[in-house]
Every structure is written in C-alpha cells, then in structure tokens.
Write a new protein. Structure first.
Length: 90
C-alpha cells in the first residue's frame, strides 16, 4: 500500500475484512459509528482506515466470548489510558 496516496473508498465488506484487522478506536461521528482499523498486512490493497456505518445497536464480544456494553468499553478504555498515563510518568 502507498501510504502517501489519496484515500480510497472500499464498499465490499468481504474485501475490507478479508484479513484480520485490529480495532484501534471506535467513536460516534455525525450520527454514525466510526471504527479505526489497522492491519499488519501492508502489502495488500490497504493497511487500515476508517470503517463508517449506521446501526440501531451494537454488540462487542472479545476472543473468549464475553460480551461488553458500550459503557463497559468506555470504562475499560478510560482505565487503560489512566494506567498508561501513570506508567509513562514513572
């Protein structure tokens, strides 16, 4: 992938999720859900980007099968970054 090229829009979900992606961040943006994705496979058509979609609900499940609410994810994120901030000052 040419990281300096103009961004392109992919609409086929099978192409977007063909390889494992890492979720870096998730936000609500202009009434839509925005998920920032990254892939270690930078030799393919793209190496990550923004996945934007509309939804009436969402369900997040980790690798062990545990489900999380959006509030729980917010709490986990806040705790992670607070700990990171404390550790980076040490």
């Amino acid at each position: 992938a040419d990281l300096k090229s103009e961004p392109s829009v992919l609409r086929e979900i099978s192409a977007i999720l063909a390889d494992p992606m890492t979720i870096l961040e998730g936000n609500e943006k202009e009434g839509r859900i925005e998920v920032i994705l990254s892939s270690a496979e930078i030799v393919k058509e793209f190496c990550g980007g923004e996945l934007l979609f509309n939804s009436i609900g969402a369900e997040v499940t980790d690798e062990s099968g545990r489900q999380y609410t959006l509030n729980e994810l917010g709490d986990i994120s806040e705790a992670y970054w607070n700990e990171w901030s404390r550790n980076s000052k040490a």
